[in-house]
Design a protein around this ligand. Structure first.
Ligand SMILES: *[C@@H]1O[C@H](CO)[C@@H](O)[C@H](O)[C@H]1NC(C)=O
Ligand SMILES: *[C@@H]1O[C@H](CO)[C@@H](O)[C@H](O)[C@H]1NC(C)=O
Length: 307
């Protein structure tokens, strides 16, 4: 196909360092993407791994996103926050405790994708990354390295290797330093664009130089700036803030940019969209996928969108 030809062309043009082959190797790109909020059901993964998260997958979650931390005894756990006050009610930091000392999650967990359903789990342990890998051996997972910690990066890499998940894992962080460390630790695992690199890509795009620059990253994940207005009270946003949001929306939401990146095998995701018209805008712009708190809604939308 044209995309395969294009990526091969770019590969030859730009040399070994491009990621153009990614698309060829993984033509079945995931279409939807679940953000932590759904996976804050991951907050209770102990039970939810068995039940609800599996549901999340079968109702069409094509990729899971989760955040990793490391305990004092060097176990990789899945948790949104380092401090456990919000999720367990106990004011402790994960890195200060051994895995067996971590408090359990609070009894009830909101599961946003099941219409006002609160799920009560018996097993409210904070899950290990390894358990998620075991529960979802074939589901692509996006791992946010939440702390700049070499041991955490090393351990995650070892787990990905052990479970042979290099081809369905992507990892990184907004911080350039962390992404560099990830890449150095294991260059077989695809990486995210750090914030710094997103800005560089934008600069290269607007100066027309982007086609000539090799890219190592495979996942371009950016927010849709216009949704910020929706999240705030209208009268708390000043005119200049509105202008900045409008401007960054115009700069970031470029079909030509997304098309260029996807043709080079880079997956483009936009977060966190929950409304149909936002989904539509993202896919019209050529995004590979959308992160949402409502995977069922997104799935329904995609069903109609593609027919
Ligand atoms: C958790 O870590 C943060 C940042 O290092 C620190 O400010 C805070 O006091 C710690 N909390 C506890 C309960 O140890
Ligand atoms: C990236 O890492 C920093 C710590 O270096 C952390 O505060 C931040 O939440 C992380 N961001 C993401 C998106 O994981």
């Amino acid at each position: 196909s044209l995309i395969h030809f294009l990526s091969l062309f770019l590969y030859v043009m730009l040399g070994k360092d491009t990621t153009s082959f990614f698309y060829v190797l993984y033509p079945e790109l995931p279409v939807s993407f679940v953000k932590n909020t759904v996976l804050s059901s991951l907050n209770g993964l102990g039970t939810l791994v068995e039940n609800h998260l599996t549901i999340a997958v079968t109702i069409g979650t094509d990729m899971l996103e989760l955040d990793c931390h490391i305990t004092k005894d060097e176990q990789v756990v899945v948790s949104h926050d380092e401090n456990l006050k919000r999720s367990t009610g106990v004011n402790v930091n994960i890195s200060d405790l051994k895995y067996c000392e971590l408090p359990p999650y609070l009894g009830k967990l909101d599961v946003t994708f099941q219409r006002a359903c609160q799920c009560e789990g018996k097993d409210n342990r904070i899950p290990l990354l390894k358990e998620v890998f075991e529960a979802f051996p074939n589901t692509p997972i996006n791992i946010d390295i939440k702390v700049n910690n070499n041991v955490l990066i090393k351990k995650v890499s070892e787990l990905v290797k052990q479970y042979k998940r290099e081809h369905i894992t992507v990892w990184g962080n907004a911080s350039y330093e962390i992404v560099e460390k990830c890449y150095k630790e294991n260059s077989d695992i695809p990486i995210l664009f750090s914030l710094q690199r997103v800005l560089l890509i934008l600069g290269l795009f607007f100066t027309g130089l982007l086609p000539f620059v090799p890219i190592r990253e495979q996942f371009f994940e950016i927010p849709m700036p216009s949704i910020i207005l929706k999240l705030k009270e209208p009268d708390t946003v000043s005119r200049s803030q509105k202008f900045l949001i409008w401007l960054s929306d115009i700069l970031l939401m470029r079909k030509a940019l997304f098309d260029h990146l996807t043709a080079r095998g880079i997956q483009v995701y936009i977060w966190v969209l929950n409304e149909e018209q936002e989904y539509k805008r993202a896919f019209d712009l050529g995004a590979t996928g959308v992160m949402t708190d409502y995977p069922t809604k997104l799935k329904d939308f995609l069903h109609n969108f593609s027919t």
